[in-house]
Design a protein around this ligand. Structure first.
Ligand SMILES: NC(=O)C1=CN([C@@H]2O[C@H](COP(=O)(O)OP(=O)(O)OC[C@H]3O[C@@H](n4cnc5c(N)ncnc54)[C@H](OP(=O)(O)O)[C@@H]3O)[C@@H](O)[C@H]2O)C=CC1
Ligand SMILES: CCCCCC(=O)/C=C/[C@@H]1[C@@H](C/C=C\CCCC(=O)O)[C@@H](O)C[C@H]1O
Length: 329
């Protein structure tokens, strides 16, 4: 018998999450039946969508939603032998039983010198999101200027680096001096700390006086409204997320951007990476190749200990992470 520890949502978040919203539950798992496997979490992901979708898809008492990199420790399913690794969306739990249907094996020939945790980051969902946002949504072309916010995070850091690979000028914003230094290290042409500037409008204009062909928006809210004003005519926007409003209990009010969008004839597309799932295999190989060639730095912010899942999650929402926020069990 194996004991599974899980973090449950005790109370729906009201504003910014707090420790008392979470509690640990322990349960004994049965032996896997024919066709099933027993999984042990190695790395768990904490992502912004968990804050947003907890309200839509969870009830109080449910295990927190989420994805992990797990090892098969018992198997009665020949497709997933003992010792193999999978990505699974079984939530914030140390052990789980699966019939294999929802499991994604990690890419074949995963190099030994590359941490498997990257399957939750730059060579996983956030990396794919950056790649698809650039190629499928924006159709970013050589010589164009791209703006990305939350640029030092999991998605943003990949976006900026791919845009540089494609021969573009890249401007990034992030919430600390250490993050700005990181962006410069990654090759961003311009980077600024949005928390310390006196005017976002001025900072954006200074970074690219001629405006922006493309905007990869992770933040939403006021930032987006100001940035839209500085798009070039026929500019394209990949609306990836809007983390600045995820913790709001009531909708924010702000300026209405519709006249700007119409006047500049902007194209704005909301998207999820899952739209291009059929391309994931090839796309992950490309991300891995860039990583091995040193063209894609895959920085992580690792929190040790399953007991620290809520702290890691809240830290990511607060902006503690440079690169992908991960928990190592
Ligand atoms: N469409 C899709 O398929 C997907 C969308 N996403 C979206 O992409 C965005 C980034 O996700 P991800 O890369 O995983 O997370 P990150 O690794 O970027 O972590 C979140 C970051 O958001 C920033 N942040 C938090 N609050 C604010 C705020 N009020 N204003 C500006 N920045 C803030 C913080 O950085 P800082 O210090 O710079 O403030 C923090 O580090 C999110 O909006 C997410 O929902 C993610 C994955 C898939
Ligand atoms: C208003 C949505 C903006 C959120 C952007 C984002 O972070 C998306 C991330 C997805 C995420 C979706 C998780 C749960 C989906 C719930 C199903 C539903 O509402 O239909 C996860 O799949 C990784 C990203 O694709």
């Amino acid at each position: 018998m194996v004991q599974a520890k899980s973090w449950v949502l005790v109370k729906h978040f009201d504003g910014f999450p707090k420790d008392s919203d979470f509690a640990i539950k322990v349960e004994e798992l049965p032996e896997p039946k024919d066709g099933e496997v027993l999984l042990e979490a190695i790395f768990l992901s904490v992502d912004p969508y968990m804050r947003l979708f907890s309200k839509m898809h969870m009830k109080e008492g449910d295990v927190m939603i989420g994805t992990q990199l797990a090892k098969v420790i018992q198997s009665k399913n020949s497709a997933f032998p003992v010792g193999s690794h999978v990505v699974t969306s079984c939530g914030w739990t140390t052990h789980s039983i699966s019939d294999g249907k929802e499991l994604t094996p990690v890419m074949a020939d995963w190099p030994e010198d590359v941490s498997l945790s990257l399957a939750l980051g730059a060579i996983g969902m956030p990396g794919l999101t950056g790649l698809y946002g650039i190629e499928e949504v924006l159709g970013l072309k050589e010589g164009e200027t791209l703006l990305v916010n939350a640029a030092a995070g999991a998605v943003g850091s990949v976006v900026g680096q791919i845009a540089k690979i494609k021969g573009c000028k890249v401007v990034g914003s992030a919430g600390s001096e250490a993050k700005v230094a990181f962006l410069k290290e990654l090759g961003f042409d311009e980077a600024f700390n949005y928390k310390t500037i006196t005017s976002l409008e001025e900072a954006l204009r200074k970074a690219s006086p001629d405006g922006y062909h493309c905007f990869f928006d992770n933040v939403g809210g006021d930032f987006s409204n100001v940035a839209l004003e500085q798009m070039k005519h026929f500019g394209r926007v990949a609306l990836c997320g809007s983390i600045s409003v995820y913790n709001d209990s009531f909708p924010q009010t702000g300026i209405f951007p519709h006249t700007t969008i119409n006047h500049k004839e902007l194209k704005i597309q909301g998207f999820w990476d899952t739209q291009w799932k059929h391309k994931d295999g090839e796309s992950l190989k490309r991300l891995m190749a860039w990583c091995k060639q040193g063209k894609l730095q895959c920085r992580e912010h690792v929190t040790k200990g399953f007991e620290n899942m809520p702290a890691a999650f809240m830290g990511m929402l607060r902006g503690d992470n440079i690169g992908k926020a991960i928990v190592a069990v």
